[in-house]
Ligand binder design. Structure first.
Ligand SMILES: [Zn+2]
Length: 443
């Protein structure tokens, strides 16, 4: 399936490429409703920065003479038609029998120091729902001890964001999202193992074009975000956050403003002007942008929402967007969102790295009614350990009866989270503040 045209301009340390995206259809990450779609003629070119300035490249799989296959299952080749950097990518195809297929890069010399760094990879998979597990192990002693970076694990990997079906995308994996077998000397890594396993009912193909490292950020950042303009954000969340001078980001469907139980213009003005909140976009009518094929209608949802923010003096958060339903996988919507916004937030994926893997798929810790405050605080501890960005997503904050799964969180539990974050002394910033401080300078 040939899906791209590439032009590469090399600079000293940064490579910009043109890549075209195929049309594809998916719902939310980890959803079971994903369907396989063949690429079609609708191709568009997007400019993507493959590597950041400070990125340390481990391999782009161009000249690989130290790759070995440890299992009889599976096929590994190099794909000279489909790649995002160099002239080829590594291509691994499973057998469809549910056995793990293992490939190793050995004798890496000089050894690589993974200390205080996180892993980044460019890849894609032919069909996400066929994948049981994808992981990368690193070792300094021939895999007597090793560290595992989890890319994908069914039924749903809470700690990683996987590659997408049929579209090249970068992922980053923080040390928060690793597990250890024994004690690995990560300062002297000389072998890397790739393990791919299908679900036993059909094969899948996995393309990998690069492995690289980025330095951990000096300190962690926490962002509180809220969706859907629920009125209790003003009555309950604002005062609790204000106890510690914390500001947050609220993503509003602008067409819902002033409706029953939703935030009013006056409340939003107080939130921004008095409490420093970002007022950001969540479309006009809370539409699933991945399902709208009418470009005019889709662009209207994006442009009119932003225009509403600007017309009402909400410049601070106006460049930032959250996908309703977390549905991000459509070529048309991502293209248009890139045209009008600087970031877009999803509803899955756990902790985000700084720099982020993809500003248009920013990962979060999604807080459900049933999520205990301790679990959230534990994630934040892990973010602190690795200088990660922990973005929390809430909807309404209710006095009692937080019964529905998605929409509400108990005020007393919210207070525990906010108090706990304050005790840890971690920095709290809005999304626009993180963008202004970390994206433009460092990415
Ligand atoms: Zn929403």
């Amino acid at each position: 399936m040939k899906i791209q045209k590439i032009a590469i301009f090399s600079f000293v340390a940064a490579i910009m490429i043109l890549i075209s995206f195929v049309s594809f259809q998916t719902i939310i990450e980890e959803s079971n409703f994903e369907t396989e779609v063949e690429s079609n003629s609708h191709q568009k070119e997007n400019m993507i920065s493959i590597f950041h300035e400070k990125e340390e490249i481990i391999t782009t799989f161009q000249q690989v003479d130290n790759l070995s296959k440890l299992t009889s299952d599976g096929v590994v080749t190099f794909d000279t038609e489909d790649y995002v950097v160099g002239k080829q990518s590594l291509k691994i195809t499973t057998d469809g029998n549910g056995n793990p297929e293992i490939f190793r890069l050995t004798n890496i010399s000089p050894p690589i120091d993974f200390t205080e760094k996180f892993l980044k990879a460019w890849g894609k998979i032919s069909y996400r729902n066929a994948v049981e597990m994808l992981r990368i192990n690193i070792s300094s002693d021939n895999f007597e001890n090793y560290k595992t970076y989890w890319i994908h694990q069914r039924p749903s990997s809470p700690t990683a964001k996987s590659f997408q079906t049929n579209v090249w995308n970068p992922i980053t994996i923080s040390n928060t999202q690793t597990t250890d077998k024994g004690i690995t000397d990560i300062s002297k890594i000389n072998s890397i193992e790739i393990v791919a396993k299908d679900r036993g009912n059909r094969p899948f193909t996995f393309w990998l074009n690069s492995l690289s490292l980025l330095e951990n950020n000096d300190k962690a950042i926490v962002s509180f975000t809220f969706d859907d303009a629920v009125g209790t954000q003003f009555t309950n969340a604002v005062p609790i956050l204000a106890e510690y001078n914390y500001s947050a980001t609220t993503y509003i469907p602008t067409g819902w403003v002033g409706k029953s139980n939703r935030l009013s213009i006056d409340q939003l003005k107080v939130m921004q002007d008095k409490y420093g909140w970002d007022i950001s976009s969540h479309t006009v009518n809370h539409v699933d942008v991945s399902k709208i094929n009418n470009e005019k209608r889709l662009e209207g949802e994006l442009v009119n929402s932003k225009q509403f923010l600007l017309n009402n003096g909400f410049e601070k958060g106006s460049e930032h967007f959250a996908y309703p339903f977390g549905s991000f996988n459509s070529e048309l919507s991502i293209d248009l969102i890139k045209k009008h916004y600087k970031t877009a937030r999803i509803v899955r994926g756990d902790i985000e790295t700084l720099p982020v893997a993809d500003p248009y798929r920013i990962r979060v810790i999604y807080v459900l009614s049933i999520t205990p405050p301790d679990l959230v605080l534990d994630r934040i501890d892990r973010a602190i350990d690795n200088g990660d960005w922990a973005i929390l997503v809430f909807h309404g904050i209710v006095d009692n009866n937080a019964y529905d799964i998605q929409g509400t969180y108990l005020k007393s539990n919210f207070q525990v989270i906010v108090d706990g974050i304050n005790k840890k002394g971690v920095d709290v910033m809005t999304v626009s503040e993180v963008y202004n401080n970390f994206f433009e300078k460092k990415i």
